[in-house]
Design a protein around this ligand. Sequence first.
Ligand SMILES: [Zn+2]
Length: 134
Amino acid sequence: MVHNSLPLQWRKYPERYYLRGNYCENCKTSFFPQRQICPNCRRKGKLVEKETPYTGKIVSWTEVSVAPFGFENETPYFLAIIELENKVKILSQIVDSKKEKIKTGAKVKKLFRKISDIDPEGAIAYGYKFKVVD
Ligand SMILES: [Zn+2]
């Protein structure tokens, strides 16, 4: 099984880099991370892969002043729970935004940014972040 011998990062590539979720055509519900089975419809569900929307709004947020290893140079930074246009909620860092603009209900859009120079698997990790839009 070649597929299973790939490093986790590469197996996760589409989901992690493009924030790719899926969508049940039966009950019209979106999911992220992707589900194998629709929790609403079970066997009647019809899941299709779908990229999550680029925009959403902040549901709640926090300022992080003590960072985990590898992120020390980035403090303080902001983490937010974002509700995307398709109602999926995700946790993301908020970047390129003035603190006074980071608030509940603020509109945000998706960006791709470097997350860490040192990835556990030796690659530079990129991923999604969000920015407040006016
Ligand atoms: Zn469903």
